[in-house]
Design a protein around this ligand. Structure first.
Ligand code: MOS
Length: 738
């Protein structure tokens, strides 16, 4: 099925957050700090206030008093998500006081009649600071590394099993290497932005958010107003990748700006402002130690992680998330340490944890395979655990071995000469690389409402949001199937806090969480319709129970006798009903405690490296076991996108820091390199047929993030195979290969 919102998007009819027309709108521009640490000693707004069109300027000196009460640990102006995906609803700290914790911190907002007038006036605001020496460089401040109290997922900062030292002693072959990943930025095509509009004490926010309910609660708590007085609308998003999940300060700035000028206010972050306003993937140093017997069986896996957090707000990326469960070693040690820096607080970025973590682990596995003289595909198969070795629970399903075997066959892995630097194509060195992928299957509690109407149509409502992944489409499919009506007769409404509450779109849990809720609401609605005629002597369905019937073509009928049935239209009309609706609160069942649930995959890459160290990816193949695939088109698109991200991770993406000032240098799409079409080869995406009865009623595992996991490692491993040179510091740029 094609995307149901495809036509709206390609014709420009889809309304994104800052495209909702408002009467008498004013424009807001944020003012950012030009130092990384210290205090504001003075803000002179007098010239700016006299500038044409300026309506108001808000700084910490005249901000609503309520903003001063935001607690510790939120001072960078954002909130986060705790394990389970619920937003921290703590007040967002912005314009709290004169303290500066990082370069680019929001220190004020200018509101004017036009965007240009606001931009011009923002440049006239004179800020003086008392500067202190910022802490900028992770490597130079390792003495500040601390062990966090907890992570954002159900994993202890230090975890593992057995005894790593014993495991290393028992090993016949060892690897001990450190891998580096840089700061990266999400860069969705649509930058973050909000329209805030007050009507009396009621606030409406059209916000580019992945999480309407999270924005609603957090704003209510920040501004100390009832949740019911805040409505958040987010019908379409131009990507998010995690930077639009937590609530950041600019949303609060838009709200207080609108309150101040008593008009709707639009605030959009510019591309450079995005780099210091909505978080990033943190820089990481990852020491990996592996021990194995000659036959390839792992005896030890050590993954010691040091990453950056922010001085003002703790965010620790759970980089070791997959290390405990992916392979079958009796001895495992995973540790997380963080160094607080004067830098914008990092945040979730597509497959947070697994993306940098599996790059390092899968690179080390590749190094181990060469040392053992074993095929890297076989090494992974040898260490495939029969059950989750961390939780000691059976897998709900695990198709990693199948993915590796089928992927290798489809990719032509047997054509690979195992010797590094042995394959050539003219002037190019050719290399093949492989890596495993995994991502947890998460289902969050969610509510949904479904209405069946007397014209035989259905309306599906759930807060949710569609980051561009295809949520509208798959929810249409789920409802159409569960109700037995044509997809054209289903209308899906999402992205609004007026609809039944749900978690936001993140953690690859959308299909599992929203889909399950919609499915259950449809089943409840269908049962309600059937109950109207179960005792009706006129009805062909009389006496039939829920389990006795099937639905198709808008009709409920007996499983035994297809001719015994009635359409929704007939039943509702006979009962003089315009509509029947059902609302459910859907929750994970106990299977979540009895099984370990993850999606798995195998990534293959072929590279061509020219004599100057220029790497071109010439082929990629990703094969995944992700449960039931609701829509092969949108799922394939997610996997392709993930693999493109993996290529970017391996070869292009890196945010450079000016160590003197703590400012990001390449804060635009001209100099922050992401792959473009010319960098992307044919990408083959395959799904293994995986039926998982345990994960959720739909059997889906989620496809938003696993596509990136391992993709970077597969490229990096291919570069080693091509060149014989191991670069352990991403991205692999030509200078590092020469
Ligand atoms: Mo995703 S990083 O959970 O938006």
């Amino acid at each position: 099925m094609n995307r149901v919102d495809g036509r709206l998007k390609v014709t420009g009819a889809a309304q994104y957050a800052v495209e909702f027309p408002q009467k008498n709108i004013a424009h807001a521009v944020v003012i950012q700090s030009a130092i990384a640490r210290g205090r504001i000693t003075n803000i002179d707004t007098s010239t700016a206030e006299k500038s044409p069109g300026v309506l108001a300027i808000i700084t910490h000196l005249n901000a609503p008093k309520v903003l001063q009460t935001a607690g510790k640990n939120t001072t960078s102006g954002d909130s986060a998500v705790e394990s389970g995906g619920n937003p921290f609803t703590k007040p967002v700290a912005v314009l709290k006081d004169a303290t500066i914790d990082f370069y680019g911190q929001h220190i004020g907002v200018v509101i004017a009649e036009t965007l240009e007038q606001a931009q011009y006036a923002a440049g006239l605001v004179k800020v003086t600071y008392a500067q202190e020496t910022p802490t900028i460089v992770l490597e130079k401040n390792l003495n500040l590394a601390y062990k966090p109290e907890k992570l954002l997922i159900p994993l202890e900062p230090d975890s593992g099993r057995g005894d790593i030292n014993r495991g290393l002693t028992e090993a016949e072959v060892q690897i001990d290497e450190t891998y580096l990943t840089p700061v990266e930025h999400h860069n969705p095509m649509e930058s973050s932005g909000t329209i805030a509009a007050w009507e009396g004490n009621r606030l409406t926010l059209y916000d580019a958010t992945q999480n309407v309910n999270g924005v609603q609660e957090t704003l209510a708590n920040t501004l100390r107003i009832p949740k019911e007085n805040v409505q958040v609308i987010s019908h379409f998003l131009g990507g998010g990748f995690g930077c639009k999940f937590p609530v950041r300060g600019h949303i609060v700035l838009a709200a207080i700006a609108s309150q101040k000028v008593q008009r709707p206010v639009k605030l959009v972050l510019t591309r450079p402002q995005m780099f210091t306003s909505v978080g990033c993937r943190p820089h990481s140093l990852q020491r990996i130690r592996l021990g194995a017997k000659r036959d390839g069986k792992l005896t030890a896996v050590g993954h010691e992680i040091t990453t950056q957090t922010s001085i003002s707000k703790e965010f620790i990326e759970h980089i070791g998330a997959a290390t405990n469960m992916i392979y079958n070693s009796p001895n495992v040690l995973v540790t997380h340490r963080a160094v607080p820096l004067n830098m914008v607080a990092p945040t979730f970025m597509r497959a947070p944890g697994e993306t940098p973590g599996m790059y390092a682990l899968e690179s080390a596995m590749d190094e181990l395979a060469y040392k053992l003289n074993l095929d890297p595909v076989e090494l992974r198969i040898i260490n495939d655990p029969p059950q989750d070795p961390e939780k000691n629970l059976p897998w709900s399903s695990r198709s990693l071995v199948q993915c590796l075997r089928e992927g290798a066959k489809r990719f032509g892995w047997e054509k690979r000469n195992p010797k590094p630097r042995s394959m050539r194509d003219g002037r190019y060195l050719v290399g093949y690389g492989v890596a495993s992928a995994t991502y947890p299957t998460i289902r969050q509690p969610a509510s949904a409402r479904v209405q069946v109407t007397s014209d035989g149509r259905a309306l599906v409502q759930i807060a949710a949001s569609d980051i561009g992944t295809g949520t509208y489409t798959i929810l249409t499919q789920v409802a159409a199937e569960a109700l037995g009506v044509a997809p054209e007769r289903v209308r899906v409404e999402i992205g609004d806090t007026q609809l039944p509450p749900s978690p936001g779109s993140g953690g690859s849990w959308g299909a599992a969480s929203f889909g399950s809720a919609v499915y259950e609401a449809c089943m409840a609605a269908r049962a309600k319709v059937l109950s109207l005629v179960q005792t009706d002597t006129r009805s062909a369905l009389k006496g039939l129970k829920d389990e006795d019937v099937e639905v198709r073509d808008g009709r409920i009928f007996s499983k035994q006798d297809v001719s015994r049935g009635q359409t929704y239209q007939e039943i509702l009309t006979q009962n003089n009903l315009k509509q029947v609706s059902a609302q459910v609160e859907s929750k994970p069942d106990e299977a979540a405690q009895k099984y370990s649930m993850h999606a798995f995959g195998a990534q293959f890459a072929e590279v061509r490296v020219d004599p100057l160290g220029m790497v071109r990816v010439s082929r990629c193949l990703g094969i995944f076991g992700a449960g039931r695939i609701l829509n092969p088109k949108t799922a394939r698109s997610q996997m392709m996108g993930g693999i493109v991200w993996g290529i970017g991770q391996a070869l292009h993406e890196e945010t450079h820091m000016d160590e003197r000032y703590g400012q990001f240098v390449n804060r635009n799409l001209g100099e922050y390199h992401v792959p473009v079409n010319a960098d992307i080869p044919d990408i083959e995406v395959l799904f293994v047929d995986e039926k998982d009865p345990h994960v959720n009623p739909l059997g889906v595992k989620g496809v938003g993030e696993i596509g990136i996991v391992g993709a970077g490692a597969a490229v990096a491993n291919a570069v080693y195979h091509a060149t014989g040179k191991r670069v352990r510091d991403l991205p692999i740029t030509p200078d590092k290969l020469l």
